[in-house]
Design a protein around this ligand. Structure first.
Ligand code: GLY
Length: 352
């Protein structure tokens, strides 16, 4: 088993090994003193893995109540959040009882947001079932829901007690979902790790999933430990996200997070070339790897519409927005871009 400790304000371990789902109870038992737990599970995941999770928790002496939530970013909202809180209350969950999230990024974000706020905070465990959640969303303590005006506009930094990653669960992921996880792996490579980037050219291999997750989580750990609360360096992890979030939102969430981030990375790479941040070869390599992995790289929306959405970006200052630009594969930089110049960046990235 690979164990990566995240030394945040409340340290926790990310455990990665095949078969961990069936050991969830045994691994959680030493971390909490109660005998009740709530399992929050995406509706896609429920028929596949909820039974095994419940049995694993019951074997360790937990009485488990289960709540399924609808999948998809469209449901990461106040309504689903309210439903979860009512469920916790009706199930008489106490504030020492753990909430276990079993699902992808949406389930983790929602469950974490509920865990952080229910009775002012109860223990929280993540069992990511998607590659994207394992590589990125389950690690680092960000929890959130979307508001009608924008993505992740309400949230807490709230560290889990543990993250239990069982790469065997990725064996049932639809191809489109796998690709979205690979987009976050490409992001990690472009940010920090040329060798990781090159290795992704070989495509997806389930037998190497544990290694891939461990390598990406180790990079994220290094960043989160230096800047847990996202004031500086952690914003590098937003490579492709400033444009990507706007594209995702503009699509009404018909484009998934990973697809929108892939387009966002391709756009920022193209736009960085003309401004002298990187050479054309770097942008070509990034776009070409994303395409090889079956990810989209072309922006379907006009710059003006994306600009309107980006005005509400959390990283916006009075007159500027922070963007992450590639210098080379493995090295990126945070820069402040005046809002007045953003339209030019979007158009050079390929937006109409
Ligand atoms: N997903 C970006 C971060 O955790 O900061």
């Amino acid at each position: 088993m690979t164990s990566i400790t995240i030394r945040s304000a409340r340290p926790y371990d990310v455990l990665i090994a095949p078969g961990l789902l069936d050991r969830a109870g045994e691994l959680l038992r030493p971390l909490v003193k109660t005998d009740r737990a709530a399992l929050i599970c995406g509706d896609h995941v429920y028929p596949l893995y909820a039974g095994r999770a419940v049995r694993a928790l019951e074997r360790a002496g937990f009485h488990v109540c289960v709540k399924t939530i609808p999948h998809g970013e469209r449901h990461k909202n106040l309504d689903t959040y309210g439903e979860i809180l009512s469920f916790l209350w009706n199930s008489e969950l106490g504030r020492d009882d753990p909430i276990v999230s079993l699902g992808g990024g949406v389930t983790g974000d929602l469950s974490g947001f509920a865990a952080a706020s229910y009775q002012r905070g109860c223990p929280f465990v993540q069992i990511p079932t998607t590659l994207l959640a394992a590589i990125d969303a389950s690690v680092g303590g960000k929890t959130a829901i979307d508001l009608p005006g924008g993505k992740n506009q309400a949230g807490f930094f709230y560290s889990p007690l543990a993250v239990l990653c069982d790469p065997e669960l990725f064996g049932t992921l639809p191809v489109r979902e796998l690709r979205c996880g690979l987009a976050e792996a490409v992001k990690t490579g472009v940010l920090f790790d040329r060798a990781l980037f090159d290795s992704l050219r070989g495509g997806w291999d389930l037998s190497l999933a544990g290694e891939l997750v461990a390598r990406c989580v180790a990079h994220k750990r290094d960043v989160v430990e230096r800047d847990e609360f996202d004031r500086g360096e952690r914003q590098l992890l937003n490579l492709g996200h400033s444009f990507g979030h706007a594209i995702e939102q503009r699509s009404g969430y018909s484009l998934s997070h990973g697809e929108a981030v892939a387009i966002g990375m391709a756009m920022i790479a193209r736009a960085a070339v003309g401004r002298g941040f990187c050479d054309a070869g770097t942008a070509e390599e990034i776009v070409s790897l994303l395409r090889t992995l079956g990810l989209p790289t072309d922006c379907p929306y006009p710059a003006a519409e994306l600009l309107e959405i980006m005005k509400h970006d959390k990283k916006r200052r009075a007159d500027t927005l922070r963007l992450v630009v590639p210098r080379a594969v493995g090295r990126c930089e945070l820069i402040e871009v005046p809002l007045a110049e953003l339209g030019g960046w979007l158009r050079d990235g390929g937006a109409r």
